[in-house]
Design a protein around this ligand. Sequence first.
Ligand SMILES: Cc1ncc(C[n+]2csc(CCOP(=O)(O)OP(=O)(O)O)c2C)c(N)n1
Ligand SMILES: [Mg+2]
Length: 351
Amino acid sequence: MDRTAKIAMLRDMLLARAFEERAAREYTRGNIAGFLHLYPGEEAVAVGVLHAAEPADYIVSTYREHVHAMVRGVPPRAVMAELFGRIDGCSKGMGGSMHLFDRERRFMGGYAIVGETYPVAVGIAYTIAMRELPEAVICFFGDGAVNQGTFHESLNMAALWRLPVLFVCENNHYQIGTEIHRHSAVAEVYKRACAHRIPAERVNGMDVLAVHEATRNALARIREGTGPQLLEFETYRFRGHSMADPGTYRPRVEVQAYEKEEDPVTVAIGETLPTYPTAEQIAAAGTDSIARMATHMNEGGLLEAAALEKLQAEIDEIVEDAVQFASRSPEPTLEDARAALDCNRGMEVLI
Ligand SMILES: Cc1ncc(C[n+]2csc(CCOP(=O)(O)OP(=O)(O)O)c2C)c(N)n1
Ligand SMILES: [Mg+2]
């Protein structure tokens, strides 16, 4: 992978972190209503996967999807305006945080129901297979979503019909407050795929280069016509499940160990954090996936510290601009809502 491609990935990870931390602030200021599920800590997964995808591929994601949408090319302005519930949002302000959508970029949603993404992905993949196109569907889901019936129904169909789906598990080890060993009899998600004869692999989701490499290989196999693949990325979210969640069920030493990639015992001995980490503490944390990539670039002579600072400053401006844009955008009217209800009139397809 060349320097430009690596810088593009690092840039998207920095944007992801800055955007989400700002969204948290706007939520506490009352500018964003409803649920808000943030992505800090997990950036390497969305960035590594989506940088390996082609523009013709389709993406189906969960309610923790702001970063997936932006990496796919949805402008930060359109994402922030959607979080604010404004007409210039990518779903015209009527979807909100959990329902981002952009047909042009083949970003087929944001879904709030756990386990909802699989059947949608399988449906799209079925159409691709019928048309014999060289496209694929990337279907994101969490570790908690693998216990839904739709997981097995969809994997079975996808395997049986050799559909071009890449199933991507973002295993952050928690289903809200329930740790994976308390919600799953088989805690290694990738092992479940063998029940449906789907090749699967577990990868370090904190290493963006490893995520990218695994995804590129899996997509290449899918395009050869071998049928679906599953990748499990082990990752961790630094914040609570949503903004409504103080995250008190996770031992502080565990959170800190993931952020700093430190030995939990050492962290426990020297435990210093008096409360759940703040955004500033998270940002100042040690070698998380972003710092890991930045170090890789720096040590490889690909990006100097000054260039990184400049990149960070550019990103801060983009995020500020997105917030200003969202603040200026009007709320949708009743007429807008009516027009949205009618948007598919005349496009019905009879089978
Ligand atoms: C069918 C259904 N049941 C319950 C919920 C409530 N719920 C929202 S998120 C969530 C946890 C899902 O955890 P996971 O799949 O691991 O994703 P993560 O939030 O960790 O990214 C639950 C149970 C829901 N949205 N849909
Ligand atoms: Mg989870």
